[in-house]
Design a protein around this ligand. Structure first.
Ligand code: A2P
Length: 391
């Protein structure tokens, strides 16, 4: 038998096909076909540059193999194969078998990154990757509404109708949108990922439609395309993607949601779902924006009763500068109470930069109740109660 090798893999169930890893890899080891994003074992040099940029942690998979999985094999996968029993201690587990240098590199790469996530134990199973690059779904635009009023800050609520196409989604999942045309090299544009902001039974109950929350980015090919869509336009979409950033089915679960800007999309989906099913556990939202008129869904949020959603809206460029983590510290007792409750599920979505500050806030709040945040966070992640999606 060949000497066992460590192979870097991507979990196709959790990967949301944002292609960020592929664009980041300095040696071109990450490639994709219509179906999956995969790692070429012959090219990967374990530099770990791809680890911190992955929004889901799906990039962080390792197997010890006697023969590396080929690209063609990986392209076919719907889920990762189990670690094979190679009959030796060294090869018995993937990650543990990484040597010290690699383990240290990996630990460093994880700093500030979301890390591997698990779905809540009571979440249903999400359908993923039903429509891909080669076979996208065609959705029809049903609505395109401006959510923000500020000059130069255009966030849109886009409603897409799937008609008779099966397109089952869960709150917290994302879809890809393929902008028409080609890039400078003449290749079709890769899909851009957007979180779904509507609940599973439709933006309008029992309609086969979804909504997205999209910010127009300066020179952003896809965001400008989406923000300019008109009713009746046909849009190519891929997905749905994401199998861990999901809502627990337990109506008594308590939600702690922290977001900035368009990171509010999944939080809207969660809140609407919980309101529709009459969940009783309650939810707390820390939501950061530049100002009131750049905060997506400010109007609808103001109509949500506090019993459904306890809201803490903070502004960084209106009045005294405040970030979500500042308000969390100010509301330490509330956050500490949530941290000490095993029914609490934490969701963080938005700017990558906020993660560090939010983690620090959790650390100092956890200390006030004699808890070590990193230990608690890792336990919550393992129990499917801690979810991060930042970009
Ligand atoms: P600011 O840009 O004023 O520093 P948007 O996506 O609409 O710009 O909103 C993002 C919000 O997140 C803004 O209020 C932005 O503030 C804020 N923000 C930027 N960096 C961080 C950070 N490191 N931690 C928390 N919030 C942040």
């Amino acid at each position: 038998m060949n000497q066992p090798l460590k192979q870097h893999l991507i979990d196709p169930e959790i990967c949301i096909r944002c292609y960020t890893c592929e664009m980041t890899c300095p040696v071109g080891a990450i490639v994709h076909d219509d179906n999956n994003v995969v790692v070429n074992a012959e090219t990967c040099n374990f530099c770990m540059d791809c680890i911190p940029v992955c929004p889901t942690g799906s990039i962080d998979e390792w197997r010890v193999v006697s023969q590396p999985y080929s690209l063609d094999e990986q392209y076919e996968w719907d889920e990762l194969p189990e670690q094979q029993d190679l009959g030796s201690d060294e090869a018995s587990t993937g990650l543990e078998a990484l040597d010290d240098t690699m383990a240290a590199l990996l630990a460093e790469a994880h700093q500030g990154a979301g890390g591997k996530s698990k779905p809540p134990t009571t979440a249903g199973k999400a359908s993923i990757n039903m429509y891909n690059l080669g076979k996208p779904a065609i959705a029809k635009v049903q609505g395109n509404y401006k959510l923000t009023n500020a000059e130069g800050h255009d966030v849109r609520h886009i409603i897409l109708d799937l008609g008779a196409l099966p397109f089952p989604v869960m709150e917290g999942q994302s879809v890809g949108i393929i902008a028409p045309g080609t890039d400078a090299d003449g290749n079709a544009h890769l899909p851009r990922l957007y979180s779904i902001s509507s609940p599973r039974d439709g933006e309008r109950p029992n309609y086969n439609n979804i909504s997205l929350t999209v910010k127009r980015e300066d020179k952003g090919i896809c965001s400008n395309y989406v923000c300019d869509l008109e009713n009746g336009d046909e849009v190519k979409i891929t997905g749905p993607f994401g199998a861990t950033f999901l809502l627990p089915d337990d109506p008594n679960a308590r939600l702690l949601m922290v977001c900035t800007g368009t990171g509010s999309a999944p939080m809207r989906a969660f809140s609407m779902r919980r309101q529709r099913v009459g969940a009783t556990g309650g939810a707390t939202l820390f939501f950061g924006a530049r100002s009131q008129d750049t905060l997506p869904y400010f109007g609808p949020l103001s109509k949500m009763p506090e019993t459904v959603l306890d809201q803490h809206l903070v502004y960084s460029r209106e009045g005294a500068k405040e970030y979500v983590q500042d308000r969390m510290i100010q509301e330490s007792d509330l956050v500490a109470d949530l941290l000490s409750d095993p029914k609490t599920h934490i969701y963080i979505c938005g700017l990558r930069g906020m993660e560090e500050g939010v983690e620090k806030a959790f650390s100092s709040i956890a200390e006030t109740i004699g808890t070590q945040w990193l230990t608690l966070r890792d336990a919550m992640r393992e129990e499917g109660r801690y979810h991060v999606e930042t970009y």
